[in-house]
Design a protein around this ligand. Structure first.
Ligand code: KIV
Ligand code: ZN
Length: 524
């Protein structure tokens, strides 16, 4: 194991269960909080902010129980600058092997106005409350809320007071997400230079994402000397959220060449906890979110997929396995090329010659134009579809159906029969029956429909339906299949596919020839 010196080690402080849970609508149940805390502990989070014990009985119970169950992480509770808050917080975190009290007060002019305290009165409050917390607990964190909009001289003054009163960590919050990376770094540097005793404690950075700069601001603070990053899973948090744990941790890992700092996080646990937090908070992760978004390791364009198949590093700066994913995803869509299609079909067990691939590729592109994403099952359906429709004697040219609660359902169909187009309109008991009646009207036959089966082979409302039909005429048995996002279209094509086979069979076999075979393969 590498010996990580204190200078290079950055502590990860996760506040998903406190700041994250404060996001409107993200409330978690007691059991969910315990589950997330245990996942955070397992993944190597140094400090878990488990809640705000005085806020409610539920928060108190959650923080207490998380504290009891914690294995490796420090368990922290939040408290305002009041003795009652701090006492309640200690009551909850005391069960942890490593408890921490985190107390805070807003120090900017806007925030000082709320309790209507003068600068001196607030300084005195900070001295009293931090001293009180430190008398209860060896591990005390203090935060000047809205630090980035607090006058620098006053900030230095109150930080010094908190350090002298016994705070072991000083957190510098960008409460409103107003700061920029250069300022974030300058602020930490300024505090380290000007505040007596600053080198004895740990500076933390706590950034909100109102301008989309939270992760950049946190990393800039680290480069300036902060050694604790406060963050949440998926960037959950008030308004635009907080610095995302997965982003800072992976940035430090992937760009260790320019940011030589280590965390204790097992990054392979990232994807699992991200999914659990999304599920329990009800805050779905946006598809293109860094690291944990559905598309973060997905490549769709032909050029990208081709590059990925040759060398993953062409378009990936980290391995999906590093964050706990099984592998890269090459979703097939309208931008995919032949190389990706061949590779995917090969994985599915279809080895194709070049000319076969050419044909399948045309059908694949037609499908991809209609569907957002083409799944494995779509491809299987595609591979099973009619052999060479161009040579079919009967071809479906156009179909329009009217269906709904008010019958009769009607189908307007145009078929090309031996190169000649003919059209009709028919009604029926439902759109499929109407469409089949139209086929019969245009191409009269005595074949009996023995089986009609619809199978939605993919999920979602844009799923492909595979339709199979079986028909019998004078003992000849034929089947037809088709797949389409429109079930009625798939049904008519499958029916017509079976009729085409019947025409071929009529030429090749005498009536009744199939009977023995059928009773053998299908005793029903
Ligand atoms: O954003 C903030 O200032 C906070 C404090 C309580 C640290 O969350
Ligand atoms: Zn916050």
């Amino acid at each position: 194991m590498t010996d990580i010196s204190k200078q290079d080690r950055v502590l990860i402080f996760d506040t998903t269960l406190r700041d994250g849970e404060q996001s409107p609508g993200a409330t978690m149940t007691h059991a969910e909080k315990l589950e997330i805390a245990s996942l955070l502990d397992e993944m190597g989070v140094d400090i878990i902010e488990a809640g705000f014990p005085i806020a409610s009985e539920g928060d108190f119970k959650a923080v207490s129980e998380i504290a009891m169950n914690s294995k490796n992480s420090v368990i922290c509770g939040l408290a305002r600058a009041s003795f009652a808050d701090i006492d309640r917080c200690m009551e909850a975190v005391k069960h942890a092997a490593q408890p921490r009290i985190h107390t805070f007060i807003g120090t900017s002019p806007l925030h000082r106005a709320i309790p209507n305290l003068t600068m001196d009165e607030m300084a005195e409050r900070i001295h009293e409350t931090v001293t009180h917390a430190r008398n209860l607990c060896d591990n005390v964190q203090w935060s000047p809320m809205d630090a980035t909009r607090t006058e620098e001289d006053y900030l230095c003054r109150v930080v010094e007071i908190a350090i002298k009163a016994g705070a072991t960590t000083i957190n510098i919050p960008d409460t409103v997400g107003y700061t920029a990376p250069r300022e974030s770094a300058a602020l930490i540097r300024m505090l380290l230079e000007r505040v007596p005793g600053a080198d004895e404690i740990i500076f933390a950075t706590h950034c909100h994402n109102d301008l989309g700069m939270a992760t950049a601001n946190s990393l800039a603070a680290v480069e300036a000397g902060a050694r604790q990053i406060e963050c949440t899973i998926n960037g959950l948090g008030e308004r635009a959220g907080n610095t995302a744990l997965e982003e800072v941790v992976m940035a430090l890992k992937v760009r260790n060449d320019i940011m030589p700092y280590q965390t204790g996080i097992d990054t392979t646990k990232i994807m699992n906890i991200s999914r659990r937090v999304a599920a329990v908070s009800g805050f779905a992760v946006q598809f293109n979110k860094a690291i944990v978004g559905k598309n973060a390791f997905a490549h769709e364009s032909g050029i990208h997929q081709d590059g990925m198949l040759k060398n993953a590093e062409t378009f990936e700066i980290m391995r999906p396995q590093d964050v706990g994913l099984a592998g890269t995803s090459l979703p097939l869509g309208k931008h995919s090329g032949r190389a990706a299609l061949r590779a995917k079909l090969g994985d599915l067990g279809f080895e194709l010659a070049d000319n076969q691939l050419k044909d399948v590729f045309v059908r694949f592109k037609e499908l991809a134009d209609r569907k957002k994403e083409v799944y494995d099952d779509d491809l299987i359906a595609l591979m099973r579809v009619g052999e060479d429709p161009e040579n079919d004697r009967i071809q479906v040219k156009r179909l329009r159906v009217v269906c709904g609660t008010e019958g009769p359902q009607t189908a307007a169909l145009t078929l090309m029969i031996d190169g000649v187009g003919s059209a009709t309109e028919a009604t029926g008991d439902g759109p499929v029956d109407a469409a089949f009646n139209a086929v019969k009207a245009l191409f009269p036959h005595n074949a009996r429909l023995q089986l009609y089966q619809v199978h939605a082979v993919t999920e979602g409302t844009d799923a492909q339906a595979t339709v199979s039909v079986r028909m019998e005429e004078d003992g000849r048995i034929v089947t037809g299949q088709s797949a389409d996002t429109d079930t009625v279209v798939a049904s008519v094509r499958a029916y017509v596919h079976a009729l085409n086979r019947l025409l071929v069979r009529r030429e090749k076999s005498a009536p009744g020839e199939d009977r023995r075979e059928v009773s053998y393969t299908d005793p029903s």
